[in-house]
Design a protein around this ligand. Structure first.
Ligand code: SF4
Ligand code: SF4
Length: 100
């Protein structure tokens, strides 16, 4: 899947994410920390999401705490070189809302 860097999934979807307060200086999570993973509800911007202009970036993407998370495993049907369907869908929905 080719990510368009729109950031919609990091705002519009329910997600289980690494707790910002539980990330150690080396980028990993404390194994015994029961609050290491937290729920981010749909419609709420993920605290790890930053924008450079209109380009959405996951600030923990390259850290150890990202490995194995639902975000890392997030994928969709279609071939690897298909553009993200979800991003296109949310863009279309937003366009419809703005026209209503
Ligand atoms: S952790 Fe990264 S990929 Fe997951 S929702 Fe937050 S910004 Fe998006
Ligand atoms: S909705 Fe798709 S294109 Fe947009 S940031 Fe998420 S994965 Fe990337």
């Amino acid at each position: 899947m080719i990510c368009l860097r729109c950031g919609y999934c990091c705002i519009s979807l329910d997600a289980v994410i690494a707790n910002p307060g539980s990330i150690k200086p080396d980028g990993s999570l404390e194994k015994d920390d029961t609050n290491a993973m937290i729920f981010k509800p749909s419609g709420q911007m993920c605290p790890h999401l930053i924008f450079q202009g209109i380009k959405a970036i996951c600030s923990i993407h390259n850290l150890l705490c990202y490995e194995g998370t639902p975000c890392q495993q997030f994928d969709q049907f279609g071939s690897e070189d298909n553009i993200c369907i979800l991003g296109s869908y949310f863009k279309d929905e937003t366009a419809k809302t703005n026209l209503a």
